[in-house]
Design a protein around this ligand. Structure first.
Ligand SMILES: [Zn+2]
Length: 145
């Protein structure tokens, strides 16, 4: 099953394969893509957005809550690919639309990777201030106590 971008209707090519191993040692192959794309929750349900659309299409039809989600999700994808500076920009943009503990915590994680522990702790603390049970922020702060 391949994904279709809901904005440009383009099929996202699944030209890569990943081999996963289960707990009992069975191997199975899943198709995946080396393209970046996300699934975001909107008022019209879950939609898929490709990187081209994220970069080049007007996203102004989305609400600020949806935009916060879209930028946050792309931030996670970039972070996962080791593109920390780009991920940081996404999380900062997400926060400009809506201040959410998950984006604050994720931004802290970026600063940690960029060797700026002072800023990392600042954002993890802000995440905890917004949401005292934000597990990610709390665990990260405890690591550096
Ligand atoms: Zn697209």
């Amino acid at each position: 099953m391949s994904e279709i971008c809901d904005l440009c209707r383009r099929e996202i090519q699944e030209n890569q394969q990943e081999v996963w191993t289960t707990d009992v040692g069975e191997k199975f192959v899943i198709p995946c893509s080396d393209e970046l794309w996300i699934e975001a929750t909107t008022i019209n349900g879950d939609i898929v957005i490709c990187l081209d659309c994220y970069r080049n299409k007007s996203l102004e039809s989305f609400s600020s809550v949806e935009l916060a989600e879209i930028h946050y999700e792309f931030g996670l994808e970039f972070f996962g690919k080791g593109k920390i500076q780009t991920a940081k920009n996404c999380f900062e943009t997400a926060l400009a639309y809506k201040v959410e503990p998950r984006s604050l915590a994720a931004l802290g994680n970026c600063f940690e990777k960029l060797d700026d522990l002072g800023e990392a702790k600042h954002f993890w603390s802000r995440a905890l201030a917004v949401d005292p049970v934000c597990l990610e922020a709390r665990l990260n702060l405890e690591r550096f106590r």
